[in-house]
Write a protein of this length. Structure first.
Length: 59
């Protein structure tokens, strides 16, 4: 039981050392991630449509 308490005391001490980003930075980075995911999803979808059309010509 003592090792568990020691572990959580260490976790609590390390938790205080964490440098958290500012709210503005988190919002900006989240926005960029959403935009990048949207762009790549759209690109994959368009490539899928192109290949589907090309394979349709082979039939």
């Amino acid at each position: 039981m003592n090792t568990i308490q020691t572990y959580f005391k260490g976790v609590r001490a390390e938790w205080g050392k964490v440098s958290w980003p500012e709210k503005r930075q988190v919002i900006a980075e989240t926005f960029f991630v959403v935009v990048i995911v949207f762009v790549f999803t759209t690109a994959v979808y368009l490539i899928d449509i192109i290949f589907k059309g090309l394979f349709g010509l082979l039939k």
